[in-house]
Design a protein around this ligand. Sequence first.
Ligand code: 5GP
Length: 202
Amino acid sequence: MNAFRRAGILFVVSAPSGAGKSTLCANLKQAPDFKYSVSCTTRPPRPGEEDGVDYWFLSDGDFEAKKEAGEFLEHARVHRYQYGTLKKNSYEVLQSGIDLLLDIDVEGAKQIRASGEPWITQSLVDIFIMPPTIEELERRLRKRGTETEEQIAIRLENARKEMAHWQPYLYTILSGTMEEDLQKFRAIIRAERYKSSRLTLC
Ligand code: 5GP
């Protein structure tokens, strides 16, 4: 019987915080068919967050050292803290034929698009999740209840800026209910996996 082989797909998802991306990614994280990339950050952990599971929580010094050593595939400062994706991990996962999911901001996605490295450009599928309105985003942020008023104001201001960056993404999902977003996301994943250009008959 014929079988196909393919390299892993690099799914990059960006959205203003509160657009439902974290819940979406949490759902996808549990799926056995791809890996979730654990980023490094200088942000302190929130209650319940675990080192090595949600993020690698680094000191400013350790983050800078990795940056200097060229260990990041991309890195950006978001809401006052540094965030970065480790290059080595991403490469190894994709080469082994496993799909990888990166939850990163618009600046990080821009760096990945511009990387020019064949293993990245051939595997990249970037997806933007657009919140319905700023008012709805604010309502979702408040409902989450993890941020202070000042942090909510910063995040809304950033969201306004981030929402202007949807166009270079290959796909844009207009956020609805959690279930709708997940279905749309799954449809993209499924179609991308069947692209002839990704497959080798063996
Ligand atoms: P949070 O602090 O709420 O977990 O994440 C804040 C923002 O940082 C989110 O928009 C998230 O997508 C982004 N982010 C998380 N990890 C990375 C990363 O490795 N690189 C970049 N550029 N952004 C990241």
